[in-house]
Design a protein around this ligand. Structure first.
Ligand code: PMP
Length: 398
């Protein structure tokens, strides 16, 4: 517990994040990421300088804004390795992206979805609401989705397999290509919930061979209220709209309506225009650093945190040692909320709770965990502060 945290990593970007004051240790990025100045500037300019609606205006400002909005879509497509910008639907976030697929995907005579025991509620409840029968893939002892078990659970009744690419609680990384091979081997589709993966791993939907990919802008250093769904062109084409309104139509009469092609078909109403600009700036910022560098940085921090926590001899660690940027733990005999409150007094912000993964808490046999999660702007000082804060926990609870 007393050993110093001795390592350094190459990234040094914290001064680009105005909402992280000196002495405050933000370890809750898995809930939402802080924003670099470049994203804040893009949002400010979007409202204070360039604002107008998209797609409808005939005046110059509006057509410029339409170009900027569609440029954000093209940037998102490039970022994910999609073949075309038309494969990117803007949504409110990953939650809405998964709901969209659950509601709009034709079941084609197959009514089952395979989820895993570590899924976020956003990747459970939509399938329940949409009337799917759910099969649950168990986890390996170290907290990965057990793909050997998945192989047996996918049947010709399975319409879709929907797995987290990175777990928001355990940080475990899915072997997505293997999952795709298992799903496709039985004629099922694969949706990857990329909410935690997109900010941490380079994603290429073509090489992952997934059919859908969901992400949230706010976890990717961008604004809240914007996210994206990647869907293979032919699949999006096969899906009926799930919400009606402006923008998603071709021709409306009282007798009937025809719909716009994807992605517009799935974007009813005035979109989150400035959110898309902010997402574009966030993608540019992440690409400027490079996801391999971000991943290496977070992995070094995660390894150091796990080692330091292990040395306390008072902590139960969850998840695999190669978890991506996220460390969940339980402090022996102390409720995670108490741990988080004491750490908050020490200027360390972590998350405590079920992390919207109650079925996973049941599997782990705990009501809640404490969770520290890292980002590009974190450093060795944050790990030190976490470990120092746990010394306070020890002093207070003995
Ligand atoms: N899936 C995972 C793995 C998540 O971590 C989250 C957010 N915690 C979500 C889905 C839902 O994301 P949002 O609330 O941004 O829609």
């Amino acid at each position: 517990m007393n050993a110093p945290v001795t390592f350094s990593t190459a990234l040094s970007v914290r001064d680009q994040f105005p909402a992280i004051p000196a002495g405050w240790h933000y370890l809750d990025t898995a809930a939402t990421a802080q924003k670099p100045q470049a994203v804040i500037d893009a949002i400010t300019n979007g409202y204070a300088r360039d604002y107008a609606t998209v797609h409808r205006g005939v005046y110059q400002r509006s057509s410029d804004m339409t170009l900027a909005y569609e440029a954000a879509r093209a940037a998102t497509a490039r970022f994910l390795g999609a073949a075309s910008a038309d494969e990117i639907v803007f949504t409110k976030g990953a939650t809405e992206a998964i709901n969209l697929v659950a509601y709009a995907l034709p079941k084609d005579g197959r009514d089952r979805v395979l989820l895993s025991a570590l899924e976020h509620h956003s990747n459970i409840v939509p399938w329940q609401l949409a009337g799917y029968a759910i099969d649950v893939c168990p986890l390996t002892a170290d907290g990965r989705i057990d793909l050997d078990a998945a192989e047996k659970l996918v049947t010709d009744r399975t319409r879709i397999v929907s797995f987290a690419h990175v777990s928001n609680v355990l940080g475990s990384v899915l072997d997505a290509r293997h999952a795709a091979a298992i799903a496709h081997g039985k004629g099922a589709l694969l949706l990857l919930d990329g909410c935690q993966a997109a900010p941490r791993l380079a994603v290429d939907v073509a090489s992952l061979d997934c059919d859908f990919y969901a992400l949230s802008g706010h976890k990717l250093y961008g604004p809240t209220g914007i996210g994206a769904l990647y869907g293979r062109a032919a699949l999006l084409e096969s899906m009926a709209p799930w919400q009606g309104g402006g923008s998603m139509i071709d021709r409306v009469t009282f007798e009937g309506t025809t719909y716009a092609p994807p992605p517009g078909r799935f974007e009813a109403g005035t979109p989150h225009i400035v959110g898309a600009l902010g997402l574009h700036a966030a993608i540019d910022w992440v690409e400027g650093i490079g996801l391999p560098a971000i991943h290496a940085h977070e992995s070094a921090l995660t390894r150091a945190a796990r080692e330091a926590l292990r040395r306390t001899n008072a902590v139960r660690l969850f998840g695999p040692d190669d978890s991506a940027g996220i460390v969940s733990f339980a402090y022996e005999g102390v409720h995670p909320h108490d741990v988080a409150t004491i750490l908050d007094d020490a200027g360390v912000a972590i998350r405590a709770g079920h992390h919207c993964a109650q079925p996973l808490m049941d599997v782990l046999g705990v009501p809640a965990t404490a969770r520290a999660s890292f980002a590009a702007y974190c450093g060795a000082d944050d790990v030190e502060a976490l470990v120092d804060g746990l010394k306070r926990v020890k002093r207070i609870f003995g």
